[in-house]
Design a protein. Structure first.
Lengths: 362, 314
């Protein structure tokens, strides 16, 4: 079976711990994205799976076999590199065929396999050129072709789309997704682009400072972030995170002190377990509704900066005590700088995080 | 007419915007500077084709041709190839028959010794450089620095102990001795040059080859080496020039059979008790220039890429 599993994998470079106790399993046919900011250890994790880095501790299991001590060529994997890593001295055809040279195939078999993947990835016309003579998008497709020409245990992608321009990125995202869905292999994609992760992955593993913070479906990590980091990392515009004093809870409502006034907000019943103290309230910019002045328990803020985004408008507003709140309002609503806004958060989309950053869930 | 290209640009008279061929003014200026740089070499070549007596004539003869009357007649000499003949065979003592000078042998020596030592240094140095670049040791930079220290002493300081050592082990005067010495000298330079070339390569390509099933040996020969051809060419030419022109060690460590051209040149021009024969010296020098000139010429394309390597982000 084509599966990948890493168990308690740690990678240390001298004193620096790049990846700490990472656990992740990828089922056959599943696409998992490792998502995180630069330097969070996602590429190191991928390189440990590939065998290009040695895990300091923990197990790397591919297709049910522990592979820690095997070199990359013995792991039977295919990888697409960020900068494509095409062999500059070989033609496109030779580049694509490179993984086959070690399978000792007949030359007719090799030729037919090359022409099959060249067909899938529209590379027919450029097979005889050198990598220096093709466009970025073509290089990317050559790299993918080289990966799918064999029948490996799993696929690894390191920032596969980061070098393409926006338009090409959209179309390649779709193409890669289509190619992968036909192959039913375990696939790991490293990316720092959340849109890429949300659109391509079956599950997303969000990493920070060498730790996997949350693993879940794109819907889960967006709707139910485990902690403040995931909440702020996923979703654009970023979630509003407001520090408040939690006072008490009764039947679905929490009383919090904010801007020196008590506000009652609807929350999930898990909040009942909390003791009074500092908590963080997280509300996505699209989860506010703008209400008329005088509505009970509304948060007051002054619009400062208006950013039209096409279908919607992003408003940066400031509360009395100076907290910044981002609100997305429909395009029809004309907000002017200096205008007072009264906001009520959607109870279903209001997240409460404890002082140590963990989400409180029912 | 194509949009945006004026007739002047097409004729090469006006520069189009952006990177393009320079105008005539710039070209003429660079040509002038190049000519000044080339003057000493030109002077040697002209001296080599002058009749023997004119080398030190006053007023000096400057050109083999009057350039269609541009240069006055008293500065023009009649070119001759006599001097080149004298390099290999000439009258050694007044009145006797011409004798072989042995310069054919010395040229062969120079070619064999320089080529062998530079190629050997390139082989060992490239392997070492790859190791230093890809499998760094603890204290990698210290080792590299130590390798460089072998080139920090002036040759004159090293030469006495080297002579004594070579005498003791019997390498003095042999091909092996001088080739080993030059190889050792070129090695430091080769390792540093080639390491910087390997450092510039993207290791992703090597990783991709590993994943595609290549062994480490294959990664080196099939993936890395083809990417540093320019570096190999540049290192080869620089090493060749250094070795080709080396004088001090060759003077003290080669015997009559293994003598190289620079040493033989020194001895040839001052022999015979007739003072320095300048036209003969110029003829030897002209011949001496040719091999390096040819190598540089044929590797020119690689060389340019080699010496500008890393200055442009790919």
């Amino acid at each position: 079976m084509s599966t990948i599993e890493i168990r308690k994998v740690t990678k240390a470079f001298g004193e620096f711990i790049a990846v700490r106790d990472a656990d992740l399993s990828v089922a056959a046919g599943e696409v998992v994205c490792l998502l995180g900011p630069s330097g969070c250890g996602k590429t190191t994790t991928l390189r440990m799976i590939a065998g290009l880095e040695r895990a300091t501790s923990g197990d790397v299991v591919i297709a049910g076999q522990r592979m820690n001590d095997l070199s990359p060529q013995k792991r039977d994997i295919a990888m697409v590199f960020q900068f494509y890593a095409l062999y500059p001295a070989l033609t496109v055809r030779e580049n694509i065929a490179m993984p086959l040279y070690h399978e000792k195939l007949s030359s007719s078999e090799m030729a037919s396999r090359v022409s099959r993947v060249a067909e899938i990835l529209h590379l027919r016309e450029i097979l005889e050129r050198l990598p220096g003579q093709v466009s970025e998008g073509e290089k990317q497709r050559i790299a993918v072709a080289r990966a799918i020409i064999r029948d490996p245990n799993c696929f690894l992608f390191d920032e596969p789309l980061s070098r393409l321009d926006v338009e090409l990125r959209h179309s390649m995202r779709g193409q890669i997704k289509a190619v992968l869905s036909n192959l039913s292999k375990a696939t790991v994609i490293v990316t720092h682009d959340q849109l890429e992760a949300l659109t391509m992955a079956d599950r997303i593993a969000i990493m920070r400072d060498g730790l996997i913070e949350q693993v879940g479906s794109p819907h889960e990590v967006f709707a139910k972030p485990d902690n403040v980091f995931v909440a702020s990392f996923i979703g654009t515009p970023q979630m509003n995170l407001i520090e408040v004093q939690f006072k008490d809870y009764s039947s679905g409502k929490a009383t919090v002190t904010f801007d020196q006034q008590d506000v009652v907000i609807s929350v999930n019943p898990g909040v009942a377990r909390l003791r009074p103290g500092k908590v963080t309230v997280g509300v996505r910019p699209r989860a506010f509704s703008v209400v008329p002045n005088g509505t009970v328990d509304a948060i007051g803020a002054m619009a400062e900066l208006i950013e039209p985004m096409g279908a919607e408008t992003l408003v940066h507003a400031r509360t009395v005590t100076g907290s910044d709140i981002r609100v997305v309002v429909p395009r029809e609503m004309k907000v002017k700088p200096g205008e007072a806004l009264h906001l009520v958060p959607d109870p279903a989309q209001t997240h409460i995080f404890t002082d140590d950053g963990r989400a409180v869930r029912a | 007419m194509a949009y945006g290209i004026s007739i002047w640009e097409r004729l090469g008279i006006r520069k189009s915007s952006g990177v393009s061929e320079a105008g005539w003014g710039h070209t003429a200026f660079v040509a002038l500077i190049s000519f000044i740089y080339f003057l000493p070499v030109l002077f040697i070549i002209f001296t080599a084709i002058k009749p023997q007596g004119l080398a030190l004539s006053v007023p000096p003869t400057l050109s083999p041709t009057s350039l269609l009357g541009l240069i006055p007649e008293q500065f023009v000499f009649t070119p001759t190839l006599e001097n080149f003949g004298s390099v290999f065979s000439r009258v050694m003592t007044a009145g006797s028959q011409p004798e072989a000078t042995g310069f054919d042998r010395f040229f062969l020596n120079s070619i064999v010794i320089a080529t062998a030592s530079v190629v050997l240094a390139l082989i060992f140095g490239t392997l070492a450089a790859y190791g230093f670049s890809r499998y760094p040791l603890k204290g990698n930079d210290t080792y590299l620095f130590i390798i460089l220290t072998t080139r920090m002493l002036p040759a004159i300081v090293v030469v006495i102990p080297v002579i004594l050592m070579f005498r003791t082990v019997g390498l003095s005067g042999s091909y092996l001795g001088i080739i080993l010495l030059y190889t050792a000298f070129n090695l430091a330079f080769t390792i540093w040059m080639m390491k910087s070339f390997f450092d510039e390569l993207s290791t992703d390509v090597e990783d991709a080859a590993r994943i595609d099933g290549s062994s480490e040996v294959k990664v080196f020969f099939k993936i890395c080496l083809p990417q540093v051809v320019a570096g190999l060419a540049a290192t080869f030419v620089f090493g060749l020039i250094l070795t080709w022109n080396e004088f001090l060690f060759a003077l003290l460590l080669t015997g009559p059979d293994t003598r190289t051209v620079p040493v033989a040149m020194n001895q040839a021009v001052s022999s015979g008790g007739r003072g320095t024969d300048w036209t003969l010296l110029a003829a030897i020098e002209t011949l001496f220039l040719i091999p390096v000139f040819l190598v540089t010429f044929f590797l020119q394309e690689h060389l340019l890429r080699g010496v500008t390597f890393g200055t442009v982000k790919k």
